[in-house]
Design a protein around this ligand. Structure first.
Ligand SMILES: [Zn+2]
Length: 264
């Protein structure tokens, strides 16, 4: 259904000696051998970790700046992921990130259906399939001339496709002006600090997730410099999750999260 764009999050599979020797807690060091990894899976995991991290950053910006949100904050955070990844990455990379993130929601939906769970219509998040179509639509809306294959391959109905360009313009206008306001204009201290407790859980994807987070934190520090601080904590949570703690400026990226994106 989608051509996998492999290894686009470049450089992450080619680990340095230092990376390859990360010590697990009380265990053997994990060594990453490129040949051992399923690169499609790796690309999928990396894309999802990255999208999730940016979703949490949206919550942090909304809380710390603070920003008005006229609607569901969760939707605004999903929108932010599309806007910022499309700015930071090549169209091919941004497409892979959007697709992988959307695909995960489609999988979540299927799994819930299989288990016979009721739709969480009461939840703060839109329904998984709505999140899927919102992401596909917003990415498509960024360049409708060149992304119509993407929309078609991912089943975006033409009824929705008609408004995607407009929806994307609104997203750009909203998040774009926020990003403009916090753009770094001169050298200065980092606004994001990392607090790492990296237990790989014996899983190479967890280590890769850590690399993604570190790389994106460095990118955000370089590009933006708001007048507040955010801390990104990487730790074991005993749950596959990532979350933002309002009022504290803390984003927690659980080590377990990466494993939830590994599918057979
Ligand atoms: Zn959220």
């Amino acid at each position: 259904m989608h051509k996998f764009l492999i290894l686009l999050l470049s450089g992450l599979l080619i680990t340095t000696a230092a990376d390859a020797k990360k010590q697990t807690k009380g265990g053997d060091p994990i060594t990453i051998n490129e040949e051992d990894l399923d690169s499609e899976t790796m690309s999928y995991v990396e894309a999802n970790v990255l999208a999730t991290m940016y979703h949490e950053f949206a919550h942090a910006l909304i809380d710390m700046m603070p920003l008005p949100v006229f609607g569901r904050e969760e939707d605004a955070a999903d929108t932010f992921v599309v806007v910022i990844t499309d700015e930071f990455f090549s169209p091919e990379q941004a497409e892979q990130i959007t697709w992988a993130s959307a695909d995960q929601y489609a999988r979540d939906h299927e799994e819930a259906e299989k288990k016979g769970w009721e739709l969480a219509v009461w939840d703060t998040h839109s329904l998984d399939l709505q999140r899927y179509y919102n992401l596909i639509c917003l990415y498509y809306g960024g360049d409708v001339e060149n992304r119509d294959d993407f929309a078609e391959e991912n089943g975006l109905p033409s009824d929705r496709a008609q408004t995607c360009e407009e929806e994307r313009e609104l997203a750009e206008g909203s998040w774009g002006s926020v990003l403009e306001d916090i753009k770094r204009t001169q050298a200065g201290p980092d606004w994001i600090t990392l607090d790492e407790d990296v237990d790989t859980l014996g899983n190479q994807y967890v280590l890769a997730a850590h690399n993604v987070i570190r790389k994106e934190v460095a990118r955000l520090n370089k590009r933006f410099a708001p007048d507040f601080e955010v801390k990104v904590v990487i730790e074991n949570c005993n749950q596959e999750n990532a979350f933002y703690s309002p009022g504290e400026g803390i984003i927690t990226m659980c080590n377990e999260l990466a494993r939830s994106y590994v599918h057979d």
